[in-house]
Unconditional design. Structure first.
Length: 434
């Protein structure tokens, strides 16, 4: 266990320092675990969430097609004109859109789309895109906690423990909505001065210059192919669970993204395919693979199980204390560990806890855990898959951000939302509404 933890901590420090390419650090950490026998090569492959990688790869391709088509520039200009170039209106709309969309589709997909759109908008308005994109990530992870299909941890918890879409909507949904509104209020108050200054700086001459600078027409064929593929992917992502049950086919999130992406690539011309493939961010995919291997090593040495059982033992005498522990413990841990494998490890712990007399209902513990790992994932750039995607996109297309800046922007509102969720969870437990 000591060796696996040491490798993870050193890799985490190296990644956070941003002095080394994160994908090589993660892959090196995973390779060392294999080399020293902590996990076997076959176990390393098994710990990688191929569904997540497939989803990311497929959506990367579809978003790249739309970027090449000029779709996001067109959409940004249309959005600006609709709100009369008012930055504050766009700020509110984009954050609410992130929370709403993430309740019905994977937050990775939401942030791939919104990060590209937001970057275009902010470049036009001479606004710093970093605070807005981080606010969107926080809103997406919070909004995603509202439903079964929103965040990947919810899919794992729901399908493993037997809870359906309605269960999540009626229990985590109201808390997620309140959390998203709190996030919007916080981020608006923090950024209101910058938004006001950006609006004041928008002279008629500047607006005219923006209009003239971004008059390039849409590439019709690329737009048609990219949008068709994207819409099909979104529909499949929303309905892939019931479709899989209905047809008996293994339709998961990866299939939902890769099939439309593959069809879209076939529909492109040879020179267009090359441009798309070159622009796809392969480094993020490699980083995910290495990260899953390192976390798999921690799971192999039973670190999650040991910590969870110790947590349960220390709080077994009080149901509210156990609920708070399940909310805050994994929630804070998900800022360091990707919340997908963390949620998977915790499902086994919840099953054991549910069998112990005197513990809260399994459903109540599930809602506490889901809200913890979903919202707590906002804390760092690697806390959730959507964070990694958005962070990588910004660095690839905008410039260096740094962990310090992410923490300064994301930690205070995340802690605030978790406190609100804690109070509501205790109230739910008190009145027996679960």
């Amino acid at each position: 266990m000591f060796f696996a933890i040491t490798i993870f901590v050193l890799a985490y420090i190296a990644i956070a320092s941003e002095k080394f390419p994160r994908h090589w650090v993660a892959l090196l950490g995973g390779s060392l675990l294999i080399l020293f026998g902590v996990i076997s090569p076959s176990e390393a492959l098994a710990y990688i969430s191929w569904e997540t990688l497939g989803l990311v790869a497929g959506m990367f391709v579809l978003v790249a097609i739309l970027v090449q088509a000029g779709f996001f520039t067109w959409l940004a200009m249309t959005s600006l004109r609709k709100v009369n170039y008012h930055p504050a209106s766009l700020f509110v709309i984009l954050i609410l859109l992130a929370a709403f969309l993430a309740a019905f589709m994977d937050s990775i997909t939401v942030m791939l789309f919104l990060a590209a759109l937001t970057l275009q908008l902010c470049q036009m308005l001479k606004l710093d895109p970093v605070p807005l994109i981080i606010a969107e990530v926080c809103a997406a992870n919070t909004g995603g906690s509202a439903t079964l299909v929103g965040d990947p941890p919810n899919v794992i918890l729901g399908t493993t423990l037997g809870f359906n879409f309605t269960d999540f909507v009626t229990n985590t949904g109201p808390i997620a909505v309140l959390g998203a509104l709190m996030l919007l209020s916080y981020f608006y108050l923090i950024n209101r001065k910058a938004l006001k200054n950006a609006h004041v700086a928008l002279t008629p001459e500047m607006i005219e210059a923006i209009d003239e600078l971004h008059t390039e027409p849409l590439h019709v064929h690329l737009t048609r192919v990219g949008l068709t593929g994207f819409i099909i992917a979104v529909v499949l992502l929303i309905f892939h669970i019931p479709l899989s049950s209905l047809t008996g086919l293994p339709i998961n999130a990866a299939v939902a993204a890769l099939i439309p992406a593959g069809i879209a690539m076939i529909a492109l011309r040879d020179n267009q395919r090359k441009k798309i493939l070159i622009s796809v961010d392969g480094e993020s995919i490699l980083f995910f693979a290495g990260l899953f291997m390192m976390i798999g090593g921690l799971e192999k040495v039973h670190l999650f199980e040991t910590l969870a059982k110790a947590l349960a033992l220390a709080t077994a005498s009080n149901s509210n204390t156990l609920i708070l522990a399940l909310h805050w413990g994994p929630g804070l841990a998900s800022g360091i560990l990707d919340n997908v494998p963390l949620a998977l490890a915790m499902t086994y712990v919840l099953k054991d806890l549910a069998a112990i007399p005197g513990t809260p209902a399994l459903s109540m513990m599930t809602w506490a855990l889901a809200l913890g790992v979903d919202v707590g994932g906002n804390l760092t750039p690697i806390g959730a898959s959507a964070n990694v995607v958005a962070y990588s996109y910004m660095e690839h297309n905008h410039g260096s951000i740094g962990w310090k800046r992410w923490l300064v922007i994301a930690v205070p509102p995340t802690i605030l939302v978790m406190i609100i969720a804690s109070l509501l969870l205790i109230y739910k437990n008190y009145i027996g509404w679960y």
